[in-house]
Design a protein around this ligand. Structure first.
Ligand SMILES: Nc1ncnc2c1ncn2[C@@H]1O[C@H](COP(=O)(O)OP(=O)(O)O)[C@@H](O)[C@H]1O
Ligand SMILES: Cc1cn([C@H]2C[C@H](O)[C@@H](COP(=O)(O)OP(=O)(O)O)O2)c(=O)[nH]c1=O
Length: 189
């Protein structure tokens, strides 16, 4: 069973993924594999060196990275649940925000398995950016308008896809986690 966690940078994906894993293991006695995209070091390096200059190359690099990731996931037979921090909805939302045709991105990604559940952490970009700043990881000033567009794209995708559940990530982390648990509970029970 594949669960994806999606949302703009700073929306709380990594925090949620870790806590969900703990809960699934400790309370639900499930074997959980936590993974993330971008997945491979080699392609991440290419993305840093080349991709950001060119959204077409970026789309292909993220999708190629996903191919390697999916092949690896397919071999992880000992787990009940695989939780991935980002999946193909990231490419649809981010690279479409950079001007790439959504249908082409969907086409490039059409062979990858669809997650049974996707938790979309929804939050205004202005708030997400303050959370990233708290971590002092990046300077996202110039990213605000891009992230606003990415957020809109995610919400648009979710409108047409029942397996994507939107969680309001401006709430406290306890509330976000509790909502996420309810959706996962529905899926595994
Ligand atoms: N619901 C929340 N309310 C307030 N802060 C949060 C919440 N969820 C996560 N955070 C904090 O926001 C920051 C970014 O979270 P993170 O999980 O790294 O996001 P992402 O993986 O989506 O970039 C971290 O400092 C984290 O502790
Ligand atoms: C997987 C993926 C990530 N990205 C972007 C989102 C992030 O800005 C960046 C790195 O992802 P990530 O390391 O997950 O960043 P964060 O933890 O801040 O969310 O790559 C894409 O643009 N397309 C994709 O397909």
């Amino acid at each position: 069973m594949l669960i994806a966690i999606e949302g703009i940078d700073g929306s709380g994906k990594t925090t949620l993924a870790k806590e969900l894993k703990k809960w699934l293991e400790n309370e639900k006695k499930k074997k959980v594999l936590l993974t993330a995209e971008p997945f491979t070091e080699e392609i991440s390096k290419l993305i840093q060196e080349e991709g950001w200059k060119d959204p077409v190359t970026l789309t292909l690099l993220f999708s190629a990275d996903r191919g390697v990731h999916v092949n690896w996931i397919m071999k992880q037979n000992q787990y009940d649940i695989i939780v991935t921090d980002r999946y193909y909805y990231s490419t649809i939302a981010y690279q479409a925000a950079m001007g790439i045709d959504k249908n082409w991105i969907i086409e490039v990604n059409k062979f990858f398995p669809k997650p049974e559940l996707t938790l979309l952490l929804d939050i205004p970009a202005e708030i997400a950016i303050t959370r990233i700043k708290k971590d002092d990881k990046f300077n996202f000033k110039e990213k605000l308008s891009l992230l606003q567009k990415v957020r809109e794209n995610y919400l648009e995708i979710a409108k047409n896809e029942n397996s994507i559940k939107i969680i309001n990530s401006t709430k406290t982390f306890e509330e976000v986690l509790s909502e996420a648990k309810n959706y996962v509970e529905e899926l595994i029970s």
